[in-house]
Write a protein that binds this ligand. Sequence first.
Ligand code: FES
Ligand SMILES: [Fe+2]
Length: 407
Amino acid sequence: MHALPTPCTLIPASRYIAPEWATLEAERLWPRTWLFVCFSSDLTHIGERQVLDIGTESAFAIRAENGELRAFHNVCPHRGMRLCDNGLGHTRHVRCSYHHWTWKADGKLLSWPDGTRFDQPPGDITLRPVACEERFGLVWLCLGEPTMPLDEFLAPVADTLARRRLDRWVRCDDVTLTVPANWKTSADVSNEIYHIRTIHPEVLPIMNDAAGTIDTLGPHSRTTVHFGAPSPHMTASAPFDETMRGWQESIGIKPPLDPRAPHLRERLQAAQRARGAAQKLPWTELTDAELLDNVQLNLFPNTQINLYAHRVQIYRHRPTGDSPHEMAFDQIAYRPMGDGEARPALPPHKEADGRVAQQGAMMAVDLAMVMGLQRGMRSSACAGLRLTVEEAAILHLHRTLDAWLFA
Ligand code: FES
Ligand SMILES: [Fe+2]
């Protein structure tokens, strides 16, 4: 195990398959970095909480009675029972399912069953706290000692996040898939657009992948993809008109504009600008391009925030347990709320086996690649990854990982 050389022509597959790498990440990465938990709007009411599991660790963030956000290890101090179930939960107090010791949202022990006998009164026992903060309408935690303050960690993406007004978005979908792969294998597939022309040709009529850009931003990176214009990789037989109309409806432009109209992208942007103003959507600070495009922030180490005007799609890739071949893939989506709109009930948390789940055609194809890569990289014939320029964000992830693991 060592840092990559400069220049780097091959990323060893051992980074994805060796148990020693998973152990190194468990010791040097996951306890020291800030981790995205959820949106602040998910935890509006006292006792609302979100669980985040990483490897063998688990924590939850919870809205306390004074309105502050707190976070704790997800383990009962009595005998070590896991306290909160996966996903979002909401009860004023957190009750352990085993002997019903009950904890306040500030981590203090509130009660235990009548008749319980103690040699020593347990009243001063508390849940073990975890660093937790809110920025830009997002909740973050660090399982151990953070390598740097959260503001420093987020500084390279602060402007992009601030302009999105994420405090005015609400969760509309919440799915976790278990996948037999390394968390980085999954992150990589969502971290490059080189594969759009080969395995997602159906989106080429509306997505100009050739105009995509990749920027490194401190430990993070940003991939921007243009929508509302066809790709030069599109074949002549692609159903351009039909796809362009369907996509316009999916992002809220109704009735759709003529797909063959001149200056279509500019007209689509104007239509979105007008809709945002009419519905008082939190789009006033967005550029014309941002009204259509996907700005994907690849937040180190494991969270991708796809910023569309009409939807924010989170992809989070987490190791589960201590194997390098097991992970969870969280897909959480948010929609913008109109000015003054009250937060509706949040969608239920769903979990499924990624080997059989059908999350739409694109996602099913991507998951097949993730699982195929993981199996292929275990072959003795796999030397490693040879990356093109269009896969530069993957190399950046490894360079940043090196800084965390070997500094
Ligand atoms: S383990 Fe939680 S109350 Fe006993
Ligand atoms: Fe894909």
